[in-house]
Design a protein around this ligand. Structure first.
Ligand SMILES: Cc1ncc(COP(=O)(O)O)c(C=O)c1O
Length: 364
């Protein structure tokens, strides 16, 4: 920590919700000892199978990964019960959100999204000329489908639903989400961002991949960056109708890299790793809920690998205070300006977080 300046660390912030300006993480690498609890990564890293697979990568690094991407596409299709033509393998799910925003945005079009949510797709759509209509989360911090539905007009081209929602960590009631998609998706594409679905209490019931099979106009996006610990290798995928996948593909220039595809293929069937990671995150959530309860802080019960909590003052203050103690967390903005988001990390990271939070409240 000592050798890294405060300015360096500040550059590594991710801003959870801005609605307009998006402060996104830079490539800064915090020095050893810094608790990196601001990007919702898996600090335990990739599965042993992925690490093994990556060892032989030197021999294939020279070639584009066309065949390997096709194999991953087939693997995902098989697991999800769709056809390979329904699968888009992207450079992180961020690429999917980007090309979806491009496809459905132009002046005169409108995107609907919750506030707060992960702001990348709406932000990118706005830069392509679309208007963004923000709909505040409901009293339970979840997507307010009734209010969203009321906002749909003939200008609406896309609705973005993050499930579990970042930064609130809430999971939509599966029946409500399905009813909403069935009702609105005739004229509108619904993008359901399932980046954190692997952490949900019941991922099989929470996912809406079955609606793609049913023919609804829905694009489901997933990533290997979170539970699978491959954020640095930029690999994710989307599932949609073959027509939508074809149109998304037409907007891409490059394809994912060998390392990401290789590690993803090795990770996908590793249920031992998946369950072990879920267990670690759930223990960490338990610890963090206990901490907030003890300190009397409000928080949202999360089904993801992060938690949103009320710092009782503009959250930039605590974010800055924690940063000076080597703990990186993310502020939440908009109507939740007093709230911050902390990722679930290693035990020592969470202890550093707890120490910083106690010290902050004591000094307040
Ligand atoms: C909700 C959500 N979707 C998508 C992404 C993009 O992740 P990646 O591009 O690494 O797949 C993130 C990253 O933090 C996220 O929080």
């Amino acid at each position: 920590m000592a050798r890294l300046s405060r300015r360096d660390l500040l550059q590594s912030y991710s801003v959870v919700f801005a609605g307009q300006a998006l402060g996104v993480a830079t490539a800064e690498t915090p020095a050893a000892g810094v608790a990196r609890l601001n990007h919702n990564e898996n600090p335990f890293g990739p599965s042993p199978r992925a690490r093994d697979a990556l060892r032989s990568l030197g021999q294939v690094a020279w070639k584009y990964a066309y065949e390997e991407v096709a194999m991953l596409r087939g693997l995902v299709a098989e697991r999800e019960g769709v056809r390979p033509a329904n699968v888009f393998v992207g450079e992180g799910s961020g690429e999917l959100l980007k090309v979806a925003a491009m496809l459905y945005s132009e002046p005169g079009r409108e995107i609907i999204a919750a506030r707060p949510t992960f702001p990348m797709l709406p932000g990118y759509a706005a830069r392509h000329g679309a208007a963004v209509t923000w709909v505040d989360v409901d009293a339970s911090f979840g997507n307010d489908f009734r209010a969203m539905r009321a906002k749909v007009s003939e200008r609406t081209s896309l609705i973005y639903v993050c499930n579990p929602n970042n930064p609130t960590g809430t999971v939509a009631d599966p029946d409500d989400l399905r009813a909403f998609i069935r009702a609105v998706s005739r004229g509108v594409c619904v993008v359901v961002d399932e980046a954190y679905i692997d952490f949900a209490a019941n991922p099989e019931r929470a996912t809406v991949v079955d609606l793609v099979k049913e023919g609804a106009n829905v694009l489901v996006t997933r990533t290997f960056s979170k539970l699978y610990g491959l954020a640095g290798l930029r690999i994710g995928y989307g599932i949609a109708s073959d027509d939508v996948v074809r149109r998304l593909e037409s907007l891409r220039i490059s394809i994912p890299n060998q390392a990401g595809v290789t590690a993803a293929r090795a990770s996908l069937g590793d249920d031992v790793f998946r369950l072990a990671t879920r267990k670690k995150v759930s223990e960490c959530l338990h610890f963090t809920c206990g901490l907030f309860d003890e300190l009397g802080l409000r928080y949202v019960r999360s089904q993801a690998n992060f938690m949103m909590f009320d710092t009782r003052a503009p959250s930039a203050e605590f974010v800055d205070f924690a940063l000076r103690r080597g703990v990186m967390i993310a502020p939440v903005q908009g109507q939740f300006g007093n709230w911050a988001r902390v990722s679930m990390g290693r035990t020592e990271d969470m202890q550093s977080f707890a120490r910083a939070l106690r010290a902050y409240l004591k000094a307040a």
